[in-house]
Design a protein around this ligand. Structure first.
Ligand code: ZN
Length: 401
């Protein structure tokens, strides 16, 4: 239904005068292109102006030399229902993140729901309801239209394969963080991860010390034995494992290494460096783990990009890829890469006014946050000059015909 809404409203869009096109692909982070053509919410052409036929574009976006990158993906959030979080009793946190360039969020479990059911029938019902509710809310424009992929059940002891069959048949594609429920032993988790994977459900495991009173420690031995698809917040959420254990996870697993804003920053920096040294940067994906005890971070993904670029010596264009194309590939998403045929989920950005950096990438390399001038989801403009980032030095100009 949401796709139909987007199709009805996107039309043909001519994006011209792009100064820098970041593809999201860390193997080829910059495209030799200054023009994008969008039709029905998808990218249909990209390249130099002379190679792209704008046709009868209803919307023209003149980038005025600013940059375009894929919409940022927050790989680790804890939504509940609607654009409300009980964790900090805050409204509008999802729409606020849109102003930080986030166009897709992935639930690691709707664990903050007051009175969350822990019995098996109840947890399945909650997951299915959350999946439906977040899918439908996007079509209604709640949360700014951000794609919130939710309905991530927290597995509990006693679940059998038939439960995973039922969840998959009902449209559930994610597991909430393993370890937040009663399944904490590696062998038990591994069995459920295999059942989930066999039915097309992707899994994430909590890593590190307890997040809040009542949750527990998951160490490297449990993470390796469980073999979930995503090593959730490998830098802790907040309390990280000792660095030697994190190194073991880098070296003895091939699964995604998720770095989150609400984790240990030192371990995030060391892990990113280690992944580069081990030549496995494709495994690094970024999340916020918000809302959390440390709050809601609308600019959390941008802050992670700037942190890793400035202190882990990750080239800024690669750090953008950690938050976009890497996550797309690790999580089998269509969005997150700028290529023909992909959804037009895009962020238009520039260096912030008065940054010491002379251009976008240099400013991020120096640790400054960029300024966002426009965010688009499925070809539909969702916000223009961000109310949350520092002001972009230049913003695109939009004209409708
Ligand atoms: Zn966690």
């Amino acid at each position: 239904m949401s796709i139909e809404v987007a199709r009805a409203r996107s039309g043909r869009i001519w994006v011209k005068n792009i100064g820098l096109l970041l593809t999201g692909d860390i193997d080829a982070p910059r495209a030799d292109a200054d023009t994008l053509i969008i039709e029905d919410g998808h990218i249909v052409a990209l390249g130099r102006a002379a190679q792209c036929d704008p046709g009868l574009a209803q919307t023209v976006i003149d980038c005025r030399g600013t940059a375009v990158c894929p919409g940022l993906i927050d790989s680790h959030v804890h939504p509940v229902f609607g654009d409300w979080t009980p964790r900090q009793n805050q409204l509008g946190w999802i729409e606020s993140s849109l102003n930080g360039g986030v166009t897709t969020m992935i639930s690691a479990g709707e664990v903050h729901l007051p009175g969350r059911p822990r019995d098996i029938v109840g947890l399945k019902a909650l997951a299915i309801t959350a999946q439906r509710a977040f899918e439908n809310m996007r079509a209604q424009g709640v949360g700014g239209g951000v794609k919130v992929l939710a309905g991530a059940p927290v597995i509990e002891e006693g679940m059998v394969e038939a439960d995973f069959t039922e969840l998959a048949a009902a449209g559930v594609t994610l597991l909430g963080e393993i370890g937040l429920g009663s399944v904490k032993a590696g062998a038990q988790a591994a069995q459920m991860v295999r059942w989930a994977r066999a039915h097309g459900i992707q899994s994430t495991i909590h890593t590190g010390g307890p997040s809040i009173p009542g949750s527990g420690l998951i160490d490297k031995d449990v993470v390796l034995e469980a073999d979930a698809d995503i090593i959730g917040h490998v830098n802790g959420g907040h309390t990280a494992l000792p660095y030697e254990q994190v190194c073991a996870l880098c070296e003895h697993s091939t699964r995604a290494l998720e770095l989150v804003h609400n984790g240990n920053e030192r371990i995030a920096i060391l892990t990113a460096r280690h992944a580069l040294e081990l030549k496995c940067p494709h495994r690094i994906i970024l999340g916020t783990d918000g809302p959390a005890g440390s709050g809601v971070q609308p600019l959390g993904i941008l802050r992670m990009i700037a942190l890793l670029a400035s202190l882990a010596e990750v080239p800024a264009e690669i750090a953008f890829g950690f938050a976009t194309g890497n996550t797309a590939r690790m999580r089998n998403l269509r969005q997150g890469l700028i290529e023909v045929g992909r959804p037009a989920d895009l962020v238009f950005l520039d260096r912030a006014e008065h940054s010491a950096g002379r251009d976008l990438l240099e400013s991020v390399q120096l640790g400054d946050l960029p300024g966002i001038g426009l965010v688009m989801i499925d070809g539909v403009i969702k916000c223009q000059r961000s109310r949350n980032t520092p002001p972009a030095a230049a913003v695109p100009v939009v004209s409708q015909t």
